[in-house]
Write a protein that binds this ligand. Structure first.
Ligand code: HEC
Length: 128
């Protein structure tokens, strides 16, 4: 008979602490979740602006980013709507293939650009 009583007292004494701990963990969890969300967004913003810089340096001689008007290559404005000038889907994979392999007058950038530059370029192209 003594044990249950004692353990009940124990529970009562612990309840507020547990509740407090739960709230604390919930707050920590929400904080961590917010951070986890904020970090990729910050990284994305960096990618887009790095991509814009790389585009200006490597691609803008042949491509307009603000119109569909042709320079040496097709104008690239409109990729954000989901299609490349050729009509292909503007997926990360398709854009990477074009950057890496080029073709039909477009240079291949496979070994010219770093993986980071290519990722940044794709992120940027998807905004124009
Ligand atoms: C020397 C000129 C030149 C440069 C520099 C160049 N491109 Fe191109 N690009 C072209 C030409 C020409 C085409 C059209 C190829 C075709 O019709 O198959 C093209 C096509 C493209 C397309 C459209 C593909 C499609 O399926 O519609 C994308 C996207 C693209 N280039 C991205 C880039 C990026 C990103 C860079 C910079 C890393 C770059 N280009 C640099 C000439 C260039």
């Amino acid at each position: 008979m003594k044990r249950p009583v004692l353990s009940n007292i124990g529970k009562l004494a612990y309840l507020p602490v547990e509740e407090h701990d739960l709230k604390q963990s919930a707050r920590l969890f929400i904080g961590a979740a917010a951070l986890a969300l904020a970090v990729p967004f910050a990284a994305m913003a960096d990618d887009v602006s790095d991509g814009a810089t790389a585009f200006g340096a490597k691609c803008a001689v042949c491509h307009n980013a603000d119109s569909a008007e042709r320079k040496i290559g097709p104008g690239l404005a409109g990729i954000k709507d989901g299609k490349l000038p050729s009509g292909k889907e503007a997926t990360t994979e398709n854009i990477m293939t074009i950057i890496n392999e080029g073709g039909n007058g477009m240079p291949a950038y496979e070994s010219i650009l770093t993986a980071e530059e290519k990722t940044a370029l794709v992120a940027y192209l998807k905004t124009i």
